[in-house]
Design a protein around this ligand. Structure first.
Ligand code: B3K
Ligand code: ZN
Length: 879
């Protein structure tokens, strides 16, 4: 980048002057120079009144243009112009055929956007704007075309040739080459185009749709990984069934392919009938994948499959509407997982993730609305706000309309817009029209950034048997949005009687800055359970007294709020202790002593949860986890990473010592001799046992570190091994070194499994961690060219190791910045994503803030900085 990148504004949206209705592509695949021929059947947009003589613009980047022909006549070089952004020529009529020939180099493509090489295979990634790195095209989602794709390649190295749709022809060619022709009958935007070619193994199954059609299901992987595809396939079949049952949506082609690749910028991609996946989210065998991996595979396979309707059949008009498909699809995958597993446990995980990633985003320099108003680089907007907060918005519609009303709205949306590229307003309109509702105020959630803060106050009138609840909302200013309006949100409320049962369970609608809700027939002074199920994605500022939190922890009928009460209590204790730690120059034990009975009562409540056999084990495991260091650092300004780390560690030790016998019993009672199965119930049992082990080791009693070392050695599944290794990871214990060495020996050649080994060491709280991370950069299995490796070693250091990333001497920041600068030349998209931790400088003390800001300036001073990294670093440095 030589000058400041352009800012694209939503308000500037204009329909295209010309459409492409049909595309024919011919690829001559070679690693170094791939030849691409395209025939574009183009037509003027009747609404724009364009035609003969008007300029046609086709995006194109980093390619060599060989020729342009219009209606079979080759253009002289004076009849077109080409620059860094694309190709321009004059239309020969209202409809015409443009033929273009160009060359690209897949082997040199380290950005992993467009056509590139991963291991031995060719693959593509086109969302958001990768297609323009393959050939010249109107690379925008409102241009939808049918595709016919011919792939020519060397038969020995690329026996498998895949693209979207149906295989219509194939055969041999001279010179050891062969070809395949694919046709996709569904018009689609270019971002859904995909091509894969390579020597891949395939695992097959099939699915009979609700109307009785047979769909062939195939998963393609590197040879040798065939026995790790079973769970992904099973998840796919369950997703297809669920979408029929819950949404009435059936798959529309006879073939559905998934390809797992090692080098991928994100999780997976929903290309029409040819999903491309990061191998990490496909491959699983009990000895290579943890329960968490299985869970992620299930939800990502479902997410990408669900996009076939919410994203592909109905797509986005422009990239500002990204949440139209992403928010809706995340909501769909969350509900799928809730139905497959435990609903409350799923909600707890989703909310914890929202709080860990989206709330900080909403409160920081990169805050933006669910439907952003402007961007420099759209890839920077695949954010927790667009995805997860977008899903909360859909969830609120679901809550307000009820399941039947929601379904009516969804049916109307798909009926009305099938085959179109539409907006978030179109979605909301379908919801409104089907239900005769007015979502004018609810839609502000699309436009307004920032997490609302709610406070509430209750008064009980014993004479009138009445409870009055006054609720107020306020949203702080965010960059570019100084004034905020009141939002419409559903608040689910429970009023608990002294025996713990619900006197009232209702959902009220907050629409004003401050509003009173009156509940009648309340026979005793209740304890309030507010925002049950996290019905609105807000921060609750009201402090409930300790005894009420304890009561809710033990009694709330809403499992989410039981968990929430425990988290609040724990947060309160730790924040108080952190304040004392700072006053007393860093004695965490003394700080905890100062909490007196509050801490004892909390530990007793934890014990009650641990031993409550009425609660499912996965829930108990979650309820026993203290809020994380990142979360705590959001709660108090300036955040003090040392204090947070020490206080949290000391509290864990105290809980471990207080409940040592209970944890030991839990640990032994939950051992299992049965063969590993990834189902939710067995996973919950393993999670509870792992939590117990964690607390036992936290006691500092040597016998338990030995127990963890023993667990690593004796268990036959990755879940139990990782549980052991992740607690050993912070210790000086021979078992740690032995386990890491064993892991290395078994998995050093096994890409996605070995990522765990890098991440563990990057997240260790041991003093030697930074030195170790630096050493690991030269491990033979590490490369800056593989995004998974970068995220495992470098990303995990910044995001999973606050203690070392925020080291007082700035060594963590300096190391990290060097890597971002290095990475920007290789893969700008991943570099930009990893830049966010430095942007949190305003949350830290002056010394740290200054160093973090200086590192952002160092990034900005990089010559030839990418647009991706520039946008994140400049916005982060500014506010
Ligand atoms: N739609 C893709 C994400 C594309 C990201 C481009 N930077 C995966 C998903 O959300 O399903
Ligand atoms: Zn998605």
């Amino acid at each position: 980048m030589s000058e400041q990148p352009n800012v694209i504004h939503r308000k500037d949206y204009k329909e295209p002057d010309f459409f492409v209705e049909k595309v024919e592509l011919i690829f001559d695949l070679e690693r170094d120079v791939t030849n691409v021929k395209s025939r574009l059947f183009m037509a003027a947009n009747p609404k724009s009144g364009t035609g003969k003589g008007d300029e046609v613009f086709l995006h194109g980047e980093d390619m060599k243009l060989l020729s342009v022909s219009l209606n079979d006549t080759r253009l002289a070089s004076s009849d077109f112009s080409v620059d860094q952004e694309g190709l321009r020529f004059r239309a020969p009529g209202e409809t015409f055929i443009a033929e273009i020939e160009n060359q690209i180099s897949p082997a040199d493509n380290t950005r992993l956007e467009g056509l590139y090489v991963s291991q031995s295979a060719f693959c593509t990634q086109c969302e958001a704007e990768g297609f323009r790195r393959i050939t010249y095209f109107q690379d925008r989602p409102d241009v939808m075309a049918t595709y016919r794709v011919t792939i020519n390649a060397d038969k020995a190295s690329c026996p498998v040739l895949l693209s979207n749709g149906n295989l219509v022809d194939s055969g041999d060619l001279d010179g050891g080459r062969h070809f395949a022709v694919w046709e996709d009958p569904f018009p689609k935007p270019s971002y859904l185009f995909a091509l894969v070619a390579g020597d891949l193994a395939v695992v097959e199954d099939s699915f009979k749709t609700m109307s009785g059609r047979d769909v062939a299901l195939r998963i393609f992987v590197e040879h040798g990984n065939e026995d790790r595809c079973g769970y992904a396939m099973d998840s796919l079949i369950r997703s297809m069934k669920w979408d029929e049952e819950v949404y009435g949506l059936e798959y529309d082609l006879d073939l559905f392919n998934i390809v797992a690749v090692s080098d991928f910028n994100m999780g997976a991609m929903e290309n029409k009938s040819l999903n491309v996946f990061n191998a990490k989210f496909v491959l699983a065998r009990p000895d290579t994948a943890t329960d968490t991996d299985y869970e992620r595979i299930e939800s990502i396979v479902a997410h990408e499959y669900f996009h076939n309707w919410s994203g592909n059949r109905v797509t986005c008009r422009d990239w500002f509407q990204l949440s139209l498909k992403e928010g809706l699809t995340v909501f769909r995958d969350q509900e799928f997982s809730a139905d497959q597993r435990s609903r409350p446990v799923q909600r707890i995980k989703d909310v914890a993730a929202l709080r860990a990633a989206q709330f900080p985003e909403d409160g920081g320099p990169l805050a933006h609305p669910v439907r952003p108003d402007s961007y420099m680089e759209i890839n920077n907007f695949y954010t927790a706000t667009v995805y997860e907060k977008g899903a909360e918005l859909i969830r609120m519609m679901h809550t307000l309309l009820g399941p039947d009303g929601y379904r009516k709205g969804i049916d109307l949306y798909f009926d009305r817009h099938d085959g179109q590229a539409v907006t978030c307003d179109d979605f909301a309109k379908a919801m409104e029209d089907a239900n005769d509702m007015d979502f004018t105020q609810l839609k502000l959630w699309y436009a307004q950034a920032g997490t609302p803060k709610l406070t509430w106050q209750g008064t009980y009138d014993a004479d009138a048997n009445q409870f009055r609840l006054t609720v107020s909302q306020k949203t702080d200013p965010t960059p570019g949005q100084p004034d905020k309006h009141a939002l419409h949100m559903p608040i689910s409320v429970g009023l608990l009687g002294a025996d713990g049962s619900d006197l009232v369970a209702e959902t009220v609608e907050l629409t004003k800055d401050s509003q009173e809700f009156v509940f009648d027939g309340v026979s005793e002074k209740p304890v309030v359970s507010f925002n049950r199920g996290f019905s609105a994605p807000v921060n609750i500022m009201t402090d409930q007294p300790d005894d009420e939190l304890l009561f809710l922890m033990g009694n709330d009928a809403d499992a989410f709020n039981r968990w929430e009460a425990g988290q609040k209590y724990a947060t309160r204790l730790m924040l108080a202790a952190i304040a004392t730690w700072e006053e007393n120059n860093g004695d965490a034990d003394m700080a905890l002593d100062g909490l007196g009975e509050s801490a004892d009562a909390f530990i007793a409540a934890m014990r009650a949860t641990l031993l409550n056999n009425d609660l499912d084990k996965a829930f108990r495991a979650d309820a026993l986890v203290l809020p994380g260091e990142e979360f705590l650092s959001e709660q108090r300004k300036p955040a003090n990473p040392e204090a947070i780390h020490q206080v949290r560690t000391a509290l864990r030790k105290r809980i471990g010592l207080g409940l040592v016998d209970d944890f030991a019993n839990t640990y032994h009672q939950n051992a299992s001799n049965a063969a590993f199965t990834p189902d939710a119930l067995s996973a919950g049992q393993r999670a509870l046992r792992a939590t117990a082990l964690g607390y036992l080791v936290a006691t500092g009693m040597g016998q338990y570190a030995d127990l963890a070392a023993e667990q690593y050695k004796s268990s036959d599944n990755m879940t139990d091994q990782m549980a052991a290794l992740s607690v050993l990871n912070h210790l000086d214990h021979a078992g740690r070194e032995e386990a890491l060495a064993d892991f290395e020996e078994r998995f050093a050649k096994d890409g996605v499994v070995f990522d765990k080994w890098f991440a563990l060491q990057a997240m260790s709280s041991r003093d030697d961690t930074l030195a170790r991370v630096k050493d690991l950069m030269s491990h033979p299995a590490f490369t800056m060219r593989n995004p998974n490796k970068v995220r495992s070693l470098i990303g995990a250091f910044a995001m999973g190791n606050p203690r070392h990333f925020h080291a007082r001497d700035g060594s963590g920041y300096a190391f990290y910045t060097d890597r971002l600068i290095e990475l920007d030349d290789i893969n700008p998209q991943v570099a930009a994503r990893l830049c966010a931790p430095l942007g949190k400088w305003a949350k830290y003390d002056k010394g740290r803030a200054k160093m973090m800001k200086a590192e952002l300036d160092r990034i900005l001073a990089k010559p030839e900085i990418s647009r991706d990294l520039y946008e994140i670093a400049s916005k982060s440095a500014a506010s």
